[in-house]
Design a protein around this ligand. Structure first.
Ligand code: FDA
Length: 409
């Protein structure tokens, strides 16, 4: 937070406002909270330090915003308390959000796996939220930098570069740390700590993984190769989606998903051919066509560059299936279907879609998102220790937690 003496407009220079609700952060969660409270007749002030509201909505889903997932259940979220998200998600469902989208005449489609995207552009979702905020007479201030937050007897007092504001309730919806170049900071975590709330360990999630040394050389040699269906596994958790080799490591939806579960030093197990039994295929090919090369069999199921590389790894270039033992073919199959990868890290917040961890849910009401210790103080959206899988789940949490708080403030 900037020091009070650095304020552009010192206290008293602009009119002091009195509001029912002060909301910090005009992203997905903050706007949903604002429109809900405003339409209940609450006087709402929505503050954002950025020049534009909803910037992450704008860039999401490749510009088309994957705004929800019709299959959203609590199982699609990570948290130290997996039950925390249940109530809010049950009370504001993907169908509820779709009704708002339809009311505004926004055309959308299911891309894959229940993921709903705008046919047009994500700006339509931002415009919809702004129109709903306007219907609730929400006052929005952009370029608003908060210098300090003080709890008063009856509510909260904010010192900002646009003056002092007071409100009975304060909602923190400032998101996580991902994409710092868009102004993301750990501000919400600082506010939580200021008021004595715990913050769980945070780290970048839904993020490409990186490698070093020989493994980096290896993936760089395959950069650009995509496998449309692979399974990335950590223990009992697995995701079956595309993977992509990059110049730094690996990406693609299956890798982004598993990155939320991966910890330093652990292996990610990759099956590049999850619908087949490669060992059986190779052995059958050996019987049926012994002169065939293993790379030819692999290339029927995998991108050619990857097939050739896997065969070269086993020193089998130019060999015929007839010359290879069953044990050797089994080993080749294992290298494709049980490939143990040891990333050295991730690309971090620079490219991560979300922050894993956040404000400890043990300090919040799962019904309203209000702090149990500090009445009137709420935390919603990504700043809370609730993180969704890839595929529209993070926005659904933002809508649901925003709605729950907006109905309570
Ligand atoms: P969000 O980050 O949206 O909003 C926080 C707001 O607070 C911002 O407007 C910010 O400017 C403001 N703020 C921050 N600090 C402040 C301060 N100190 N003072 C005042 N204001 C402050 N999810 C999904 O479900 N489907 C998708 O398609 C995608 N796609 C996607 C793509 C990319 C590139 C990223 C980075 C992320 C996604 N996500 C996503 C994740 C999704 O964008 C994210 O989970 C939600 O935006 C979180 O909503 P919040 O409102 O909590 O935070």
């Amino acid at each position: 937070m900037a020091a009070a003496q650095e304020l552009c407009y010192p206290r008293g220079m602009t009119a002091a406002f009195d509001h029912d609700v002060l909301i910090l952060g005009a992203g997905a969660a903050g706007m949903m909270c604002a429109l809900t409270a405003g339409q209940r007749g609450k006087r709402v002030l929505l503050l954002d330090h950025a020049a534009k509201v909803g910037e992450k909505i704008r860039i999401s889903g490749g510009g088309r915003c994957n705004f929800t997932n019709i299959h959203a259940t609590p199982q699609h979220f990570l948290s130290e308390n997996p039950h925390f998200c249940v109530s809010a998600l049950k009370r504001y469902t993907p169908q509820d959000f779709c009704r708002m989208v339809e009311k505004h005449g926004i055309a959308y489609h299911e891309k894959t796996l229940g993921q709903l995207f705008c046919d047009g552009s994500s700006q339509q979702i931002i415009d919809m939220l702004l129109a709903e905020c306007a219907a609730g007479k929400v006052e929005i201030r952009r370029h608003a930098a908060v210098a300090s937050i003080r709890k008063t007897e009856s509510g909260f007092e904010l010192e900002t570069n646009q003056g002092q504001f007071t409100g009975r309730a304060l909602v923190v919806a400032t998101g996580g740390k991902s994409i710092p170049k868009m102004g993301a900071t750990g501000f919400g975590f600082e506010v939580a700590r200021q008021f004595g709330l715990k913050v769980t360990e945070t780290r970048a999630a839904l993020v490409p993984v990186t490698f070093e040394g020989a493994m980096l050389d290896y993936v760089q040699g395959l950069a650009g190769v995509a496998v449309p269906v692979a399974t990335a596994r950590m223990g009992k958790t697995e995701f079956r989606e595309a993977v992509l080799f990059t110049h730094r490591g690996m990406s693609g939806p299956a890798i982004l998903q598993i990155s939320s579960y991966w910890k330093e030093g652990e292996a990610i197990s990759l099956d590049l051919l999850p619908d087949e039994d490669l060992s059986a295929l190779l052995k059958a090919a050996k019987q049926g066509n012994p002169k065939q090369e293993p790379a030819t069999v692999l290339a029927q199921h995998l991108p050619k560059r990857l097939a050739q590389r896997k065969v070269a790894d086993e020193g089998m270039e130019g060999a015929r299936l007839a010359d290879l033992s069953h044990a050797a073919l089994q080993k080749l199959a294992d290298r494709v279907q049980r490939w143990e990868l040891y990333p050295n890290g991730t690309e971090g917040y620079r490219t991560a879609e979300v922050t894993l961890g956040g404000v400890d849910t043990s300090g919040l009401s799962s019904q309203t998102m209000e702090s149990k210790q500090v009445p009137g103080l709420y935390f919603i959206g990504e700043v809370v220790d609730v993180t969704g899988h890839l595929g529209g789940f993070n926005f659904q949490w933002a809508w649901a937690s925003g709605r729950a708080s907006g109905q309570s403030v």
